[in-house]
Write a protein of this length. Structure first.
Length: 71
């Protein structure tokens, strides 16, 4: 008998993976937008851009971890 690969659990984890991708990408884009606002009103800094990207990545992975551990 052929075991079904596409069952309810598969779609649950597939949707969770998609949500985590949007969550991490969204956090990074929010911090890039914050840097662009900072750059517009104050000054341009490459170091500050890297710091904002790192904060976005860390906060994205932290939120993804919280989402995974909530289950």
């Amino acid at each position: 008998m052929i075991k079904l690969f596409f069952n309810k659990e598969f779609f649950h984890y597939f949707s969770l993976l998609g949500f985590l991708g949007f969550l991490i990408t969204g956090n990074i884009l929010i911090f890039v937008a914050m840097y662009k606002l900072f750059e517009k009103y104050f000054f341009k800094s490459d170091i500050l851009f890297i710091i904002f990207i790192c904060i976005g990545v860390f906060s994205g992975f932290y939120n993804a971890y919280k989402t995974i551990m909530k289950k």
